[in-house]
Design a binder for this molecule. Structure first.
Ligand code: ADP
Length: 481
């Protein structure tokens, strides 16, 4: 078992080798105290090209293995990820500020995708279709799509990668992974364990560096890359989509959200408060399914607001490495400055500051509650991606649904009610890929995660997660007389 220092690497991992990549170095900084965690070699595009070539060469032999052989290697990787949970969680907290308890949870979550898809690898079933004439027989098979370009953000430094690599590797694809420059260390530790698990060289390549735009363009435009799988902002998703358009390259896009959290007048208020805390303040509000707008029925608004503010005041703010801390810093100064702007915009337009609202040392921004939120405030339209919880009022179900859907995004949504008819009607009316009913935590490897509208396309996890990494081939056999 390695301790966390033994799992810190400072180079890209290409074709089974640690390589520096010729573009100088960059620093990884701990957002909780500003200290340097590591200096990492910055990969240039030539190294990304090498990684693509390596993945293309590795694709043939990897897809030729029996599904069960791929599954065995994936299982070994799963075991290694779990047995190094403490080391991986420590690296994650140091590089992104996530409280250690959440980082441990993320290692479990990340590993669960490898375990799930190690199982699914053996179940990529095809079909036999009745022949359309008496002498024809028809088969349908699913084949791996090819080399996958994986581009991921810093908010889940491991899980956003394994959620893509799980299905890709299971079906026989190989990959070039480009993690966020804010969190390269988790990705490098992960690939070191993958190598130990026995993945052949070139199957998983990780390039770390600051040249995000050039790397993205190369992955999108390379004829050797068959698919791009991206998690991040809608803006970058649009760039990748347009860069991939000429080659008609397949894309899976997990983009921004603007999750509504509706509390109807018959809701169990304590359960709703717990759900809102979990759904809003996980990783200080920096997840794409984080609650963005809390819509509360006017009859219970005061009661909910009071209990919610009380619960927010009980969050323990601090360095994620300290025991008991469940609310850490934001990722960087830009994120913190943005929170300040969102709060001042809301207060200038009549919002009431019910809690927090302030920056602290390093990149800390206090958990914040704004009452009397209105549709013209910036956070009503924008993804907050931080610890601000705006409380809006509504009068009728129709109004709540209209407010909830009044956004370009459509990833996660939540509502609390005890009424069965309302549960069905509202679930059906919400224009979102994910609906949490009386539940604020909705992520698991076993469910199809993904959005509609500007939140992207494709689904990750579950049996549906396989589909984005396969092509369907139909085989017609004739003259069977
Ligand atoms: P976030 O706000 O979550 O950081 P981004 O979309 O900015 O979302 O970043 C997600 C990932 O996309 C990161 O790894 C980032 O470095 C990368 N990225 C940023 N700009 C581009 C680009 N033009 N092309 C490809 N990747 C990019």
């Amino acid at each position: 078992m390695k301790n966390y220092k033994e799992l810190i690497y400072d180079q890209s991992h290409v074709n089974g080798q640690w390589v520096s990549g010729g573009s100088g170095t960059f620093k990884v900084v701990n957002p909780a105290d500003g200290t340097e965690v590591a200096t990492v070699h910055d990969a240039d595009v030539a190294l990304v090209e090498q990684a693509i070539q390596a993945a293309a060469v590795a694709f043939g032999p990897w897809k030729a293995l029996a599904a069960k052989e791929r599954s065995v290697i994936m299982y070994r990787w799963y075991d290694l990820l779990i047995s190094h949970k403490e080391a991986l969680a420590t690296i994650m907290t140091l590089e992104c500020g996530k409280p250690l308890v959440e980082s441990r949870g993320e290692v479990d979550y990340a590993a669960s995708f490898i375990q799930w898809f190690a199982e699914e690898a053996k179940r990529v079933y095809g079909d036999v279709i009745p022949g359309f004439t008496a002498d024809r027989r028809v088969l349908v098979v699913k084949q791996p799509i090819g080399v996958v370009g994986v581009i991921t953000p810093w908010n889940f430094p491991l899980a956003m990668i394994t959620r893509k690599l799980g299905p890709a590797l299971a079906v026989g694809c190989t990959a070039v992974v480009r993690p966020s420059e804010e969190t390269p260390l988790s990705a490098l530790a992960m690939v070191a364990l993958a190598e130990q698990a026995g993945f052949p060289k070139g199957v998983i390549n990780v390039v770390v560096g600051t040249q995000a735009a050039a790397t993205g363009k190369l992955l999108c435009e390379s004829p050797l890359v068959s698919k791009i799988s991206f998690t991040g902002s809608t803006r970058v998703g649009q760039i990748l989509s347009s860069q991939s358009a000429f080659m008609l390259k397949k894309l899976s896009l997990e983009l921004g959200g603007n999750a509504p959290f509706i509390v109807f007048e018959d809701a169990d208020i304590n359960a709703a408060v717990r759900g809102a805390i979990a759904g809003k303040f996980r990783f200080s509000g920096q997840t794409c399914v984080c609650v963005n707008r809390i819509l509360v029925h006017e009859k219970i608004y005061d009661q909910f607001a009071e209990r919610f503010v009380q619960a927010v005041s009980e969050l323990k703010v601090g360095n994620g490495m300290e025991p008991g801390v469940n609310f850490g810093p934001l990722i960087n100064k830009k994120a913190m400055d943005r929170m300040e702007l969102l709060v001042s915009d809301a207060l200038a337009k009549g919002g009431e500051l019910l809690f927090g609202g302030k920056k602290q040392d390093n990149y800390f921004f206090l958990p914040t509650v704004i009452g009397n939120a209105q549709a013209n405030m910036d956070f009503a339209r924008e993804e907050i991606f931080g610890p601000i919880a705006p409380l809006f009022k509504f009068k009728t179900d129709e109004e709540a649904i209209q407010m909830a859907n009044d956004t370009i995004y459509g990833l996660a949504s939540y509502f609390y009610t005890q009424d069965l008819t309302r549960t069905w009607k509202v679930s059906e009316a919400l224009e979102y890929g994910i609906v949490g009913v009386n539940e604020g935590l909705i992520s698991s490897e076993s469910v199809p995660f993904g959005g509609v509208k500007y939140s992207g396309k494709g689904r990750e996890g579950s049996k549906y997660g396989i589909d984005d990494y396969t092509e369907i081939k139909y085989v017609c056999m004739g003259n069977i007389n």
